[in-house]
Design a binder for this molecule. Structure first.
Ligand SMILES: *Cc1c(COP(=O)(O)O)cnc(C)c1O
Length: 390
């Protein structure tokens, strides 16, 4: 009898005629609002709001997806063998140390549900990816926010917030929506400062885009340390966001624990086959890297040339900061651009009400954005959200 867990609200104390009540913490979650994909009344829309690639997926991935569509009656391989082996081959890993998920969002939720419960804490930085907070609250845990310095994660601020209750530290490197990153030395310093009971989750969703000698994905730590997990995605450079494919590599006991609570068929067959084909197509990835390497600096320079502040980014998106002046605000810029079919991302939910996030797009989209921003900045203040250009 006494070994039974106690029901927090005994049946006789629940209000008669009440309704189903979510667990504590659930209603504290502000549901994730994805980037807009429509511009009402505009024929040609450029979706630059969710960091998708303008190059689309590899043709080989599309062919694998199409072929998989002819065999939908069988359950998928619950252990995602084809995909884990393709990833292992691409990175020289042991497939047993890899777990796949329906997007890295599922992986981030799995890790939270595996390690965090009521009373436990998870730390992330002030402008960190919103899913960390949602996953922590959904698991019943307490989010702990570490301030940043110049829109960049601050290792000392994170370490200062570690307590006996800390179970996870989430770090997006590079971070979304800021586009900033921590050099590997700093990531190692963060890891070295964490007690052994804390799992460091390194989210490297944009790793392929980074061209900095002092950057590492964290793979080395995930392979050698007992408490580091690195997560990756097929949604960004591989252009397969619609299929929901993410993965993680880490210590065997961590992967084993996550596998126990993962849905047995969390990955679908078209995703497994398309993902395996995508990761084998290194030439397609290189094309996307080259496109970004050309247009990221071009956009940065041109937009700064309009008198707007841009946070230096190493990813495939830019954070543009607008003045507080009426007629020049981020909100008004968003309206102005959307009317021209240029859909950027408002990031007020990330605590950045005066900024917009712009995904590097096709050449056409990039040129149109710069032209439209120039028109916006040239318009008379108070009136620049006015009529759309024809
Ligand atoms: C886009 C993104 C992901 C990827 O999410 P998926 O669920 O794999 O589509 C993960 N982390 C960050 C920081 C991102 O911006």
């Amino acid at each position: 009898m006494s070994a039974m867990p106690k029901d927090p609200t005994p049946a006789e104390e629940r209000p008669a005629g009440g309704r189903p009540e979510p667990r504590p913490g659930v209603l504290a979650i502000e549901a994730y609002v994805p980037g807009k994909s429509h511009a009402p009344g505009v024929e040609k829309v450029f979706k630059l709001s969710s960091n998708e690639t303008p190059l689309g997926p590899s043709e080989k991935a599309v062919a694998a997806f199409t072929a998989a569509g002819r065999r939908l009656e069988d359950y998928p391989d619950g252990s995602a063998t084809v995909l884990r082996e393709a990833i292992a081959k691409a990175y020289g890993l042991d497939p047993a140390r890899i777990i796949c998920g329906a997007g890295s969002d599922e992986i981030l939720n799995l890790v939270a549900h595996t390690y965090v419960g009521p009373g436990d804490e998870a730390i992330f930085s002030a402008h960190g990816f919103l899913v960390y907070k949602i996953a922590t609250l959904a698991a019943g845990g307490t989010p702990v926010v570490a301030p940043e310095r110049e829109l960049t994660a601050d290792v000392d601020a994170i370490l200062a917030r570690v307590t006996a209750r800390t179970r996870l530290v989430f770090l997006a490197n590079p971070n979304n929506p800021t586009g900033t990153y921590l050099p590997f030395d700093e990531v190692k310093r963060l890891h070295a400062g964490l007690p052994a009971h804390v799992l460091l989750v390194l989210d490297a969703a944009y790793a392929e885009y980074v061209r900095r000698n002092d950057y590492e994905t964290g793979l080395e730590l995930a392979l050698t340390a007992e408490n580091v997990l690195m997560t990756r995605t097929f949604s960004k450079i591989h252009g397969l966001a619609a299929l929901r494919i993410g993965w993680a590599v880490g210590p065997a006991p961590v992967i084993d624990a996550m596998n126990r609570i993962r849905g047995p068929f969390n990955m679908n067959t078209p995703a497994l086959l398309a993902g395996a084909a995508a990761i084998a197509d290194a030439a397609h990835v290189e094309k996307a890297v080259a496109h970004n390497a050309q247009w990221l600096p071009w956009l940065t320079t041109r937009i700064e040339g309009l008198g707007l502040k841009v946070t230096p980014s190493v990813a495939n998106f830019l954070l543009i900061h607008f003045p507080d002046t009426p007629g020049r605000t981020a909100k008004e810029a968003d309206v102005f651009l959307t009317r021209r079919g240029l859909v950027l991302r408002m990031v007020a939910s990330y605590g950045l009400p005066n900024s917009l996030r712009l995904t590097v797009g096709s050449e056409e989209a990039n040129r149109l954005v710069v032209e439209a921003l120039a028109a916006f900045m040239a318009g008379s203040a108070g009136d620049s959200a006015g009529s759309p250009a024809k």
